[in-house]
Design a protein around this ligand. Structure first.
Ligand SMILES: *Cc1c(COP(=O)(O)O)cnc(C)c1O
Length: 468
């Protein structure tokens, strides 16, 4: 189902200057449910609220730009994934992919909601440890884990270390022997699937850095089993991010289950687990309609059942690692409009460039992946006719675009607050200090209370690093 079909076609309003999927909204003040965290609403005056707190109050207290997280929504997405997957895979586990957004508060929410945590650097591990996250519920990913990082993982009692190369296998084997420990490991494979997503977030075709080819992974797995130092739990496959079609998962699962069966058959040993990764797509624009955790889990169950049945093997414990699908929709970025500029596109069409107090330093995804976002006027309602808008930042680059195309009320003006939904994943976690812009705070809102969970940087913070 595509939403907002009732809106007029873009050509009528944009003269083809908007993308083909763009629809004129029925009412530009509408909040399209799949874009927003569950407690987001408008109050009687039309001001956007989250967790019962209105954005004018949030901006006054925490400033803009700010990432605003709906804690109840975050927790409910964790619960939805855990519930849907444990219904289908009772021995399996859901790992939240911390790289999408991680701080101590989030690590605690994840722990409390019974979800495990996937990390991929020493810094993410340190955050999990600082939050008191149980080591055995951690999985450590990444394609270049240093000796120091692996040692830290062993010290923290990380439950699963996902090995990405033969060098890592040897590195960890050496460390485990030295310490007399037997860590649980998986071997990351690339299954040769071309996921239909941006090149930089597709991770299963041969010519990219992650994982071992199926053949090399089978060899590495047999080597680990024969050496008998590490505890091999199974194979792992993650095909990429922001994936909507199940065909890619189906082909990936078939191939990785085939390799799983081959290892078991040729060694006579049982691999208890199989990791199928994350990458489940979310809605960024009014036209995206992602699957629910329940639909995803039911779909994966059918695929896994079918493949294991064909090969006559028991179903291993299935693990999945949603990142974006949990954190993404929980958060919007709140900006204040600074300038508005109309650009004549010809034939009576204009585009309004709306500049805000942030940009590619707090959301690099539009510039890096051509990601699409939506936006709404948050501090008030408007009955002005919609205009084609483009939300841009304050950085010295023409590519500093946050929202490439969206309709905004025609009377948008400096001082208005606007909110960009779906920024909970890969925005704060990829934020930079480009142009010496301090990174914004992360504010969590729940039950009428807002609190800082990550402090915003100040220029003093930046100058403190500059020891020259
Ligand atoms: C990035 C990543 C994920 C999460 O991807 P999402 O698109 O955020 O769901 C899961 N597993 C691995 C190994 C990853 O690298």
């Amino acid at each position: 189902m595509r939403v907002h079909e009732a809106g007029a076609l873009h050509e009528e309003y944009t003269g083809g200057h908007g993308p083909a999927w763009l629809r004129m909204p029925v009412d530009v003040n509408d909040l399209i449910p799949q874009l927003w965290a569950r407690t987001v609403n408008r109050d009687d005056a039309g001001v956007l609220t989250v967790g019962g707190v209105d954005v004018n109050k949030l901006a006054a207290e925490f400033g803009t730009a700010a990432y605003v997280v709906d804690e109840a929504d975050f927790r409910s997405r964790l619960r939805d994934f855990r519930g849907s997957f444990s219904a289908n895979f009772p021995d399996g586990a859901v790992y939240y992919a911390g790289k999408s957004f991680l701080c101590k508060a989030v690590a605690r929410w994840v722990a409390e909601e019974g979800v495990n945590l996937d990390i991929c650097t020493g810094g993410e591990l340190a955050t999990a440890v600082a939050a008191g996250f149980p080591g055995e519920r951690l999985a450590f990913h990444g394609n270049n884990k240093s000796e120091a990082e692996l040692a830290a993982a062993l010290d923290a009692g990380v439950g699963t270390i996902v090995l990405d190369s033969r060098i890592e296998v040897e590195r960890l084997t050496r460390l485990a022997k030295q310490r007399g420990v037997r860590p649980g490991v998986m071997v990351r494979t690339k299954v040769g699937v071309e996921a239909h997503t941006h090149e930089y977030i597709a991770t299963a075709h041969e010519d990219q850095k992650f994982g071992l080819s199926l053949e090399a992974a089978v060899k590495a797995a047999k080597h680990i089993l024969a050496a008998d130092v590490l505890h091999l739990k199974g194979l792992h496959s993650h095909i990429g991010s922001q994936i909507f079609e199940t065909t890619a998962f189906e082909v990936a699962a078939r191939r990785v289950i085939g390799a799983h069966e081959q290892i078991q058959r040729e060694t006579g040993k049982t691999l208890p687990e199989l990791g199928l990764g994350g990458g489940f797509g979310i809605a960024y624009t009014t036209q995206d309609d992602p699957q629910s955790p329940r639909q995803l889990a039911d779909g994966l169950r059918k695929i896994v059942d079918h493949e294991c049945d064909n090969l006559g093997i028991d179903i291993p414990s299935i693990t999945v690692e949603p990142g974006r699908a949990i954190s993404g929709p929980t958060t919007f970025t709140l900006y204040e409009v600074g300038t508005v500029k109309s650009v004549d596109l010809g034939a009576g069409r204009v585009r309004s460039y709306v500049s805000v107090d942030g940009g590619m330093s707090d959301n690099i995804r539009t510039a890096m992946y051509g990601a699409t976002y939506s936006v709404t006027l948050a501090s008030r309602l408007s009955d002005a006719p919609p205009i084609l808008g483009r939300v841009v930042g304050k950085h010295c680059e023409a590519g500093d675009i946050i929202v490439r195309d969206e309709f905004l009320p025609g009377d948008i003006k400096p001082g208005d607050l606007i909110a960009v939904p779906g920024t909970g994943a890969y925005c704060r976690s990829m934020a930079s200090n480009y142009n010496h812009v301090p990174r914004p705070p992360v504010v969590a809102v729940a039950d009428g209370t807002a609190r800082l969970i990550v402090r915003g940087e100040s220029v003093d913070d930046l100058l403190n690093l500059d020891v020259g």
